[in-house]
Design a binder for this molecule. Structure first.
Ligand code: ADP
Ligand code: TZP
Ligand code: MG
Length: 265
């Protein structure tokens, strides 16, 4: 995989503007919708149990994020992923802070039973889902490095027959058989909330423009990492990184993507 394999998916997203239904947390809603719009997708934040299944029938992809769970929202998530499974809709699970509390673990287990197409989490979350650690957690932030999560990501992908992206200072994307390690991004990205959440939703957008969920996840992760890195380099701090990231997702060109992309393995 290199830039010329991945960039066509970025162009396809810009051309096709796919609908992405998001059930996400209160913190992530605004930045996630803006990230999706800048990248060319059409976001809809729709979470009421009464309408989520009908919304799935509109034919978009789905992003489920358990960052601020409560019983009524979890009910909506379950109804949405059930409809997605029945319809064959591709969907992404972001298991925010799984391992932190028994409630979160139960929510994650319930969602997992509906066969996500992709699981995207930080290293600690992926290691927890793979059963590799009973995680020393700080909550939504990882205490593990993505490199440490490599074996856990492969095992989880194989066990769940899905794509797993474990992100951090490097990003690992695997379907249990194929694996790509991406070296873009910037440490300042950890100082802006909900960028991981936004990446998960962006992966859902890319699922709409490729028949290969692994390639779609790699393309989304690479694009986000390159834009994040360039955004951080010109930023005065976290707030301007966030703004510059949205602008770069909108304006990045093939030459800059090709020049910056770091495929490490
Ligand atoms: N130390 C780091 N160096 C470079 N990029 C990073 C670093 N930490 C996170 N990122 C990037 O930030 C984005 C969000 O990833 P991450 O922080 O792992 O997710 P989460 O916000 O869910 O914990 C990804 O694009 C990832 O590559
Ligand atoms: C701060 C916070 N609290 C609950 S969800 C959330 C956002 C987490 O976002 P991310 O996992 O992308 O850093
Ligand atoms: Mg997260």
């Amino acid at each position: 995989m290199n830039a010329s394999d991945l960039w066509p998916l970025v162009l396809s997203l810009r051309e096709r503007a796919p609908l992405v239904q998001c059930i996400t947390n209160f913190v992530a809603m605004d930045v996630t919708a803006n990230v999706l719009l800048a990248a060319g997708a059409s976001p809809a934040m729709v979470h009421a149990t009464e309408e989520v299944a009908d919304f799935v029938q509109l034919g978009g992809t789905l992003s489920i994020n358990m960052g601020t769970p409560s019983p009524d929202w979890v009910e909506g998530m379950m109804a949405a992923v059930s409809a997605a499974q029945t319809r064959g809709t591709s969907w992404v699970l972001d298991p925010v802070a799984v391992g932190a509390t028994p409630y979160r673990n139960a929510v994650a287990a319930g969602l997992l039973s509906f066969d996500p197409t992709v699981i995207r989490g930080n290293a600690g979350e992926i290691m927890t889902l793979a059963g590799r650690t009973c995680v020393t957690t700080k909550g939504v932030d990882s205490t593990q490095t993505a490199a440490t999560a490599r074996d856990a990501a492969i095992a989880l992908a194989a066990e769940r027959r899905c794509v797993v992206a474990a992100t951090g200072e490097v990003d690992i994307v695997t379907d249990g058989r194929r694996l790509i390690v991406l070296g873009n991004g910037h440490p300042l990205m950890t100082k802006v909330t909900a960028l991981g959440c936004s990446l998960s939703a962006l992966i859902a957008a890319f699922l709409a423009v490729s028949d290969d969920p692994w390639a779609a996840t790699a393309a989304a992760t690479a694009y986000f990492g390159v834009c994040g890195e360039l955004a951080a380099e010109g930023a005065a701090g976290p707030a301007s990184l966030r703004i510059r990231l949205i602008d770069l997702l909108y304006s990045l060109d093939a030459a800059a993507f090709d020049q910056r992309l770091k495929v490490m393995a």
